[in-house]
Design a protein around this ligand. Structure first.
Ligand SMILES: Nc1nc2c(ncn2[C@@H]2O[C@H](COP(=O)(O)OP(=O)(O)OP(=O)(O)O)[C@@H](O)[C@H]2O)c(=O)[nH]1
Length: 567
């Protein structure tokens, strides 16, 4: 790919920035793992003094042909640097059995380093690392979940907490128009956010009015008018000679008359926080008594964004922040620091220049994106949900004393069903990605068949599978009541005994256990996958015969009569 007139495109389509080919200014260590020959390294500097931090993003460039020109679309790998920094931590735990104070020391150092490199403020990093370490060492082992997966989950939960936990919704006035006052430094994207917000609220069914309160930059009024027209929202303006507080008050009156739901007030930005700016904002705030006062901050300014939110909150009292230009931020320091440093939530985030690029800030989704391990997280959560510690211990006792019965079998089967569609669950199990949909459907079907046979067993039969192993009459009755064949019933009985043996072996090998139904399923599916075409059925048949024989031997041991003897 040839060198691109990127600065021209960037200034119009992306951000004010300068460009350097990686060969000229490559950081000592690549920031993102997905470096390719077609990537460019962009640095950001601009008219805004807060951009002076040397923000580097590794970006992928995709070429797209438009009718008039060849346009290059820039897509920054979101928080790629942080993601790969954290990945280093998990890797160090591969092969460990449990999380201990000793074996988490190095991963914790990686996490600390990754967060500091992401420009998260130091006190926040310290608190975060301490919270994660405490939990990691204190947490009990979840069966079937590896320590590295467990640490991913702990870090994820702490990240969510750090970013405020829940999504912080916009608040609307109980009566009359809701007034949203937007404040922020110059160039952070306030004017654009006004229109994006109106567009977003329109989609929620609210009528809006935009108020042009930036009287110091005439172009801002024109910009707002154009954007207002673009999103189909009226703009209230009085030129540049009237005080912003007066314009805001008049705009609100106009909205009341027209029964408009939300008034969004744009205000002037400054290069830095100065006294007159704060005074003017206070005046505007007093004039319209806003429901929401939102500070628009640029994500690329990292922890400075968090400090700014704190200052504005102390000076004028704000209700939250809007983080813009998240699409250009590869580090994530602002998203991670704002809540913890200022105590104020991030309510919305801007992810691009288009009007639809504004969305609520979801701490859980953000944490998921940072970690890039959605599958592992869902798997750990589901495993936690299904295998509560007490259940697991009880089950372990039963297995060790060879008491695992059809009630447990059913419980496990239902637990799996509770986890949702089998296909989803299997997809979450590491190493199970290659299972085909037809194999999954097959497994789901056989679970249903098993359930129907267990449902018609008596309590005694469920508790003592030996009764079924010993009595063809009982098996015949179950077959006829469940509408299945005798062979299917025999297979089920054999399977239970085989599961007892397998689980006992498994428990002997590993300290924890695993979800038996899943294990069983995983193994049988894998076996089927490996079988050469045409042999699956034959193999299944001979396998079931072998299982039956195993079961017979097992059943013969405790009772006086062997499996298959007449009752
Ligand atoms: N990539 C990207 N660009 C954005 C985003 N939000 C705003 N911009 C761009 O940032 C630049 C500045 O936006 P404005 O809305 O003019 O900023 P402002 O805060 O009103 O600026 P002043 O009126 O000078 O204070 C524009 O080129 C916007 O298109 C975003 O979320 N992502």
């Amino acid at each position: 790919m040839e060198a691109i007139p990127f600065s021209t495109v960037a200034s119009r389509h992306f951000l004010p920035c300068h460009v350097a080919h990686p060969s000229s200014r490559t950081p000592t260590k690549p920031l993102s793992t997905n470096w390719t020959g077609s990537s460019l390294c962009i640095g950001s500097s601009s008219r805004n003094s807060l951009f002076t931090r040397n923000v580097w993003s590794w970006v992928n460039l995709k070429s797209r042909n438009s009718s008039r020109e060849k346009l290059f679309v820039v897509r920054a790998e979101m928080f790629g640097q942080l993601t790969s920094g954290l990945e280093a931590a998990w890797t160090k735990l591969k092969g460990e059995d449990v999380l201990t104070k000793e074996n988490i020391a190095e991963p914790m150092r990686d996490i600390r380093r990754a967060l500091l490199e992401a420009d998260v403020s130091l006190p926040v990093v310290r608190r975060f690392v301490q919270a994660v370490s405490e939990q990691a060492v204190g947490v009990g082992l979840i069966r079937g979940v590896r320590p590295d997966q467990q640490l991913v989950k702990i870090v994820n939960d702490e990240l969510v907490k750090l970013m405020g936990g829940e999504v912080s919704d916009l608040v609307f006035a109980k009566s009359g128009p809701t007034v949203i006052l937007l404040a922020g430094l110059q160039g952070v994207g306030k004017t654009t956010v006004c229109a994006k917000l109106a567009f977003y609220l329109k989609k929620l069914g609210k009528s809006c009015l935009l108020v042009a309160g930036d009287v110091y930059r005439p172009a801002a009024i024109d910009q707002l008018s154009i954007l207002g027209e673009q999103v189909g929202v009226p703009v209230y303006k009085e030129g540049t000679d009237v005080k912003p507080s007066q314009i805001a008050r008049n705009g609100l009156e106009e909205a009341k008359k027209k029964k408009i739901d939300v008034v969004i007030v744009d205000t002037a930005g400054r290069l830095q926080i100065d006294k007159s700016m704060m005074e003017e904002l206070k005046e505007v705030k007093k004039a319209v008594n806003p429901t929401e006062v939102l500070l628009v901050v640029d994500a690329m300014t990292g922890q400075e964004a968090a400090a700014l939110v704190t200052t504005f909150n102390i000076e004028i009292g704000i209700t939250g922040a809007i983080l813009t230009k998240l699409d250009g931020d590869s580090r994530g320091g602002a998203a991670l620091s704002v809540r913890e440093v200022s105590g104020k939530p991030i309510k919305l985030v801007g992810r691009g220049e288009r009007m639809e690029d504004l969305e609520p800030f979801y701490p859980d989704r953000m944490a998921g994106r940072i970690l890039g391990m959605g599958d592992v997280l869902s798997f750990v959560e589901k495993a936690q949900e299904v295998m509560k510690q007490e259940d697991a211990e009880e089950l372990q006792k039963k297995i060790m004393s060879a008491k695992f019965d059809f009630n447990d079998f059913l419980k496990q089967t239902r637990a799996v069903a509770k986890m949702g569609s089998m296909s989803r669950v299997i997809g979450m199990i590491p190493g199970m990605g290659k299972v085909t949909p037809s194999q999954i459907r097959e497994a789901e079907k056989s679970l249903k068949i098993m359930e129907s046979m267990i449902n018609v067993m008596t309590d005694e039969e469920r508790e003592k599978p030996e009764l079924l192993a010993e009595s063809p009459t009982r098996r015949k009755r179950i077959a006829s009541e469940s509408g299945k064949t005798e062979q299917q019933v025999s297979q089920l009985v054999a399977q239970l005994f085989q599961m007892r043996v397998r689980m006992k072996n498994l428990l002997g090998v590993m300290e924890g256990g695993s979800i038996p139904a899943l294990n069983n399923l995983e193994e049988s599916l894998k076996a089927e996958e490996k079988a050469p075409p045409g042999t699956a059925r034959r193999k299944r048949r001979s396998e079931s015969r072998r299982q039956f024989a195993d079961a017979a031997a097992a059943a013969a041991r405790p009772g006086p009569r062997g499996f298959g003897s007449k009752s």
